[in-house]
Design a protein around this ligand. Structure first.
Ligand SMILES: Cc1ncc(COP(=O)(O)O)c(C=O)c1O
Length: 383
């Protein structure tokens, strides 16, 4: 697909080609585990569905297109995609990761990979200097999330990419919160983009899935080898759902962004609300970088109440009617979440609090309902 193609066209047509056997405009769900071969080694390019599946192939092509990359790989979850990236490493290798990121990523690094001899350094990635200071001769990978989950901190992708290149280190960016509609890390010099496709790519809270996109053929071959050897592949129905989700990503993201602006500003003016975390505020420390590397500020917002007690937070979390209390984000419907006890419970309290994630922090995934209804719901819950 031409690189000058406009976003709406790109999202609708990414990876989509009529099915060669029938002309079906929607990619069929190839619900099969294996493929009949004419003779040993003589086949149509498909041997066994852990290694190849046409529905997954269409999705992987689409993922590459929407992230301006050459290759896409789909995984059975976002965490499985992260797991594949870390499996590129050897015992003794070191990773520099953000000190504010999705709790499940932190859990995977500390509870699974540390025991295999991989060392992780957690730094505040709002300043490139902190990353630079953590580089050692063993550093192989920089892992960053921007905006971060849940504190909405911003990392300067281009600056970190330049630092990574100079030191021959891979840079992987978790682009889940921004989605490819708002930000394309490969264009800014990252080596790998990771997504929890469960979120904005799927967009309808109906599948768990992950993605990696890259440009380098050798890197793709290594990650494909890990994908098929470790087997964390999504089923064809799930691939179909994400393919369908991608077709409306631009329409949904415009609405998420529009509602995000209205709700962030409303929260900030509310007398009972303390700090609001949203990168679209001009006084947000990452505003200038977010403006430079993103095309909008998205629908993720976190906030604290002035009554900074866990009891007050629980009252709000239990009182919303339209905002459903649930883990996850990025669906058309609004969700409310308590990171300390839900999405980030796997991070020890001392570590969480040190990095600014308080017990009373509330995270919103602002959906695409009417903003006035969402505000009325938050208003009655906050009281
Ligand atoms: C920023 C981020 N990265 C990765 C993940 C993990 O994705 P999954 O739940 O699809 O495994 C999540 C899940 O919430 C997330 O928010």
């Amino acid at each position: 697909m031409s690189s000058t193609i406009k976003p709406a066209t790109k999202f609708i047509h990414a990876g989509a080609a009529p099915d060669p056997s029938t002309g079906a405009i929607m990619t069929p769900i190839y619900q099969t585990s294996t493929y009949v071969q004419e003779a040993p080694g003589k086949n149509k390019g498909y041997e066994y569905a852990r290694s190849q599946n046409p529905t997954r192939k269409a999705l992987e092509d689409a993922l590459a297109v929407i992230e301006n990359g050459k290759y896409g790989l789909a995984f059975s979850s976002g965490v499985a995609a992260t797991d594949a990236v870390i499996k590129l490493l050897q015992p003794g290798d070191e990773v520099i990761a953000g000190n504010d990121m999705y709790g499940g990523t932190y859990r995977l690094f500390t509870k699974i990979f540390e025991k295999f001899g991989i060392k992780f350094h957690y730094v505040n990635m709002q300043e490139v200097q902190h990353i630079k200071a953590a580089i050692t001769p063993h550093t192989r990978l920089i892992w960053t999330e921007t905006p971060t989950n849940p504190l909405m901190n911003i990392t300067d992708i281009a600056a970190v990419a330049a630092l990574a290149k100079t030191n021959n280190i891979l840079l992987c960016v978790d682009n889940t919160f921004a989605s490819p509609y708002l930000q394309n890390p490969l264009d800014l010099g990252a080596d790998i983009v990771m997504h929890s496709s469960t979120k904005y790519l799927g967009g309808h809270s109906d599948t768990i899935q992950g993605a990696l996109v890259m440009n380098d053929t050798d890197l793709r071959d290594k990650l494909y080898f890990i994908q098929k050897s470790c087997g964390a592949v999504p089923g064809p129905m799930d691939c179909f759902l994400v393919l369908r989700g991608i077709k409306t990503l631009h329409v949904r993201m415009k609405e998420h962004c529009a509602n995000g602006i209205v709700i962030a500003q409303w929260l900030r003016k509310h007398p009972k609300i303390g700090k609001v975390y949203w990168p679209g505020f001009e006084d947000h420390p990452g505003y200038a970088i977010a403006k430079k590397q993103m095309r909008g500020f998205g629908g993720m917002i976190s906030f604290e109440l002035k009554d900074d007690s866990i009891e007050a937070a629980i009252r709000v979390l239990s009182s919303t009617k339209l905002f459903s209390l649930a883990e996850s984000l990025g669906g058309v419907e609004s969700l409310i979440n308590h990171p300390a006890s839900m999405t980030h419970a796997s991070i020890p309290k001392a570590e969480r609090v040190k990095n600014g994630l308080s017990d009373s922090l509330i995270r919103l995934s602002v959906g695409i309902e009417d903003a006035e209804d969402l505000i009325a719901d938050l208003g009655q819950a906050i009281g």
